[in-house]
Design a protein around this ligand. Structure first.
Ligand code: ATP
Ligand code: MG
Length: 249
C-alpha cells in the first residue's frame, strides 16, 4: 500500500533522511519509533505530500507521491488519508465542530445530515461531546489532539498517518486513544502509520515496528522480532536507558 524507496531529504546542509526503505502492506499498521530529531515527522510529511523529498520515491496505493507536481493532484492522493500532525494543526478561527467537519464539507458529497451525524459521533468517540462550539484556543493541547484525531478519522480513510497521537495526553486519555485507533482499525481496516515514543504502549495498535535512527531504518519486524533484535541502539531505545550508543544530539 505504501512503498518508500531510497528516500533522502535534506534541509540545506543538514541531511535528515538518508536512504529510507520501508514497505507498508495493505491493512497493516506500522509503528515508527526512534529518538527525537531522527526524522520521523519529516518522513510522515513526505508520505502525505506536504514536504518534497530531495530524492527517492514514495508510492501510495500505486501512485507516486514524489513525482506529483501539482497541488491538485497531490490533494487527490491525500483524499484517502487521515492525517494527524504532531501539533494537531487545527484551524484556530473555526470551532471544534467545524474543524472536524472540514474534510467532509470540503471533500465529500455527503448529505448535510450524514455529515452532522459523522461529526457528532467522531467527537463523541474522542470524548469531546459538549465542547463542539469551543475554539481550539479555548481548550487544552490534549483536547486539540483529540479533535485532530476525530478530524483524521471522520472521512473513514483507507490510510491513516498519525504523528504522536498520545503526546500531551494524560495516561488515561492516551490509552483511550490507542483503544480508539485499535477499534477503528478493526471496524474500518485501514492501513496505518503511527509515530510514537511510547514503548510498549504502541505495540497494542501495530502489526510491525520500524525504528528510524539517524535518518535510516535501523530495524524492523513484528513486536516479538523487534524486542529480540540484537543491536545495542535498538536495545537502548527499548529500555529507555541513558547509557549506550544513543546520545542527545
Ligand atoms: N521545515 C524544516 N526546515 C528545516 N529543518 C527541518 C524542518 N523540518 C524538520 N527539520 C529538521 O529535521 C530534523 C528531523 O526533524 P523531525 O521533526 O522529523 O524529528 P522527529 O523524529 O519527528 O522528532 P520528535 O520525536 O522530537 O518529534 C530536525 O533536526 C529538524 O530540525
Ligand atoms: Mg516528530
Amino acid at each position: 500500500m505504501i512503498q518508500i524507496r531510497n528516500l533522502y531529504k535534506n534541509f540545506g546542509a543538514q541531511e535528515v533522511l538518508h536512504g529510507v526503505d520501508l514497505e507498508i502492506a495493505e491493512g497493516e499498521t506500522i509503528a515508527i519509533v526512534g529518538p527525537s530529531g531522527t526524522g520521523k515527522s519529516v518522513l510522515l510529511k513526505i508520505v502525505s505530500g506536504l514536504l518534497e523529498a530531495s530524492s527517492g520515491e514514495v508510492v501510495v496505493a500505486g501512485r507516486s507521491v514524489t513525482d506529483v507536481k501539482s497541488s491538485r493532484e497531490r490533494q487527490k492522493i491525500c483524499r484517502n488519508m487521515g492525517i494527524l500532525f504532531q501539533s494537531a494543526a487545527l484551524f484556530d478561527s473555526l470551532t471544534l465542530y467545524d474543524n472536524v467537519a472540514f474534510p467532509l464539507n470540503y471533500n465529500s458529497n455527503l448529505e448535510v445530515d450524514e455529515i452532522h451525524q459523522r461529526v457528532v459521533s467522531r467527537i463523541a468517540d474522542v470524548g469531546m461531546s459538549g465542547k463542539e462550539l469551543m475554539l481550539p484556543g479555548e481548550v487544552s493541547i490534549g483536547m486539540r489532539k483529540r479533535i485532530g484525531i476525530a478530524r483524521a478519522l471522520v472521512t473513514n480513510p483507507a490510510i491513516i498517518l498519525f504523528d504522536e497521537p498520545n503526546t500531551g495526553l494524560d495516561p488515561y486519555m492516551g490509552q483511550e486513544i490507542y483503544e480508539l485507533i485499535a477499534e477503528m482499525k478493526k471496524k474500518a481496516g485501514f492501513t496505518g502509520v503511527v509515530i510514537s515514543h511510547e514503548i510498549p504502549e504502541v505495540f497494542q495498535v501495530c502489526d510491525r515496528i520500524a525504528m528510524l535512527y539517524q535518518g535510516e531504518v535501523r530495524a524492523q519486524g513484528t513486536v516479538d522480532e523487534f524486542l529480540s533484535i540484537d543491536d545495542a541502539v535498538v536495545k537502548q531505545f527499548i529500555e529507555g536507558s541513558v547509557e549506550g550508543p544513543i546520545s542527545l544530539q
